[in-house]
Each structure stands twice: as structure tokens, then as C-alpha cells.
Design a protein around this ligand. Structure first.
Ligand code: 13P
Length: 280
């Protein structure tokens, strides 16, 4: 079974009565089987997203080969997506390696520059049937060690979103509507009206970044207002590290390392299962 691009995966998700696809950040290879377990438990297709930091750490080809192998053996329709990337040559590397979806993040640029670069990425991606996600507006918080300060957060406007989508033809658009990347001190305040208006104006799948810290009610509502891809990263990392801290601390040095990691992977599966259940 080959990998699916976002639109193909989303179509499968709809036939299984999901309103949105969860896109989950993989932080290390050990976590990978836990993602597939969750997809099987929920009968959901699976979108796995990789930061450029993780891709460089593990290697693009190793990721593609491992994900393809599990997708086939576990019979789970899967999309492998490069998360937040502002470097076109890294995007080319991911496509050459076999990723089936990429995000070009030009949200820090002027809209003219963002449109120009997004079109260049789409030119490359279309030749290989790869989906492209763009971003408009600035989502706050910390992502892969890079922080956006609160004063630099800017919400996506309906006018910019429509222009960007019309001029680029992106497959999906990440919007800044009140979530932030990373851990929250409180729950996110999602701007539902803005979200619904952007969806109405653009008519393409919208992406909610910063899925960690969004209340269940907000999440259930957002997927009825045009959010068709939900990114979750920090929550799995937190659970994995918390479990490892406790198992490593209690274990002996000659215990198989596998014993320490199984509870961490089980915790990751639980997070995915809970999140996926909100997308129906
Ligand atoms: P969280 O880490 O806040 O869940 O966000 C993940 C994300 O949006 C990745 O692009």
C-alpha cells in the first residue's frame, strides 16, 4: 500500500464518518507503532507529521520506509506530511524521499512573498501528486524549539485567506484563530466566528495548529466549522516523557529498555485515541 496525500486521506476519513483528520507529530521512531495502534482501534486513517528537526534526526528515507512498512502490514491508509517548513530545498528533499504531503510555512513573510513561494512549492509538489498546506497569520507558542512571542501573534483575516487560496491553489490552509503551539496555562480561546467566515470564503480544508490544550467542546465545534485537519504534537511528547521518567527511574540498568518504553507508547496510543474520538 502506498502513501496517500491529504485529500485522498480526507476522502477516506469522510467515508468512515470523520469530519477531520488528526495529524500527529512523531518525535522519535519508537513512538511510531503506537500511532498505528490508535488508528486501528478507531478505524481511522492516519496522518503522521514530521518537523524538519525530526526529519534530520531520523533521516527522511528511514521515515518513509518505516511508515510505508507499517501502513502496509497494519492495513492503515496513511499520509506522511512534512510539518512547518520554510525552506524549499528541505521540501524538495522530503518529496524526493517519498513524503506524500508538505507544509510550506511562509507566514512570517509578506503575503505577496508568501504567495510567490507557495506557488513555487505547488509547482514542485503537483508533479508527484503531493498535497500542500500553506499558512497565513502567526500562531503563537513554541514549535520545535522556535518560539513566537505573544506580541507577534496575528490572526488570519478572511480577505487575506481568500486571496491566498485563490492565487496559490493550496490544498489546505493553516489559520491563526486563537490556538498556540505547545503547552497552555489555560484552554485556548478559539475564534469560532472568524473560523466559520474563513471557511465560507475559501471553501478548502482548514488546519487547526496547536491541538494540545484545546478543550473537547471547542475541538468538536471547530470540526463542524471548517477545520478538517487537526495538528497535535506536545500532548504525546509530554505523556511519553512523563512515562519514561517514571519507568527509567524505577528500572534496573540490565532491564530490557523495551520494558521502559512500552508504558510510554501505550500512553501515546491513549492520547491519539482520545483525540481521534473528537473528530466524528
Ligand atoms: P501542539 O504541539 O500544540 O499540539 O501543536 C502541534 C502543531 O500544531 C504542529 O504543527
Amino acid at each position: 500500500m502506498g502513501l496517500y496525500n491529504f485529500n485522498e486521506l480526507y476522502n477516506i476519513a469522510k467515508t468512515r464518518e470523520f469530519k477531520a483528520v488528526g495529524s500527529f507529530n512523531l518525535h522519535c521512531l519508537e513512538m511510531l507503532p503506537a500511532f498505528f495502534k490508535a488508528a486501528q482501534k478507531t478505524n481511522s486513517p492516519l496522518m503522521i507529521q514530521i518537523s524538519t528537526g525530526t526529519a534530520q534526526y531520523l533521516g527522511y528515507r528511514l521515515l518513509v520506509d518505516s511508515v510505508c512498512s507499517l501502513a502496509e502490514s497494519q492495513n492503515v491508509p496513511t499520509c506522511l506530511h512534512l510539518d512547518h517548513c520554510s525552506n524549499i530545498s528541505d521540501i524538495q528533499t522530503a518529496i524526493d524521499a517519498g513524503f506524500s504531503s508538505v507544509m510550506y510555512d511562509g507566514s512570517h513573510l509578506s503575503i505577496d512573498e508568501n504567495i510567490k513561494n507557495t506557488c513555487a512549492v505547488i509547482n514542485i509538489a503537483r508533479q508527484s501528486n503531493i498535497s500542500v498546506e500553506g499558512e497565513l497569520g502567526a500562531i503563537g507558542g513554541a514549535e520545535d524549539g522556535k518560539a513566537t512571542a505573544a506580541e507577534h501573534i496575528s490572526f488570519t483575516t478572511v480577505e487575506d485567506a481568500k486571496r491566498y487560496v485563490d492565487e496559490t491553489g493550496v490544498n489546505m490552509l493553516a489559520v491563526s484563530v486563537g490556538t498556540v503551539h505547545g503547552l497552555y496555562t489555560g484552554k485556548a480561546q478559539i475564534q469560532h466566528q472568524r473560523l466559520a467566515e474563513i471557511s465560507e470564503a475559501t471553501q478548502i480544508p482548514l488546519v487547526l495548529h496547536g491541538g494540545t490544550g484545546v478543550s473537547d467542546d471547542d475541538m468538536r465545534r471547530a470540526v463542524t466549522e471548517g477545520i478538517n485537519k487537526v495538528n497535535v504534537g506536545t500532548e504525546m511528547n509530554v505523556q511519553w516523557v512523563a512515562q519514561c521518567k517514571s519507568t527509567f527511574d524505577k528500572g534496573k540498568v540490565n532491564d530490557s529498555v523495551r520494558k521502559f518504553l512500552i508504558p510510554a507508547n501505550d500512553a501515546v496510543t491513549r492520547v491519539l485515541v482520545e483525540k481521534i474520538s473528537l473528530f466524528k
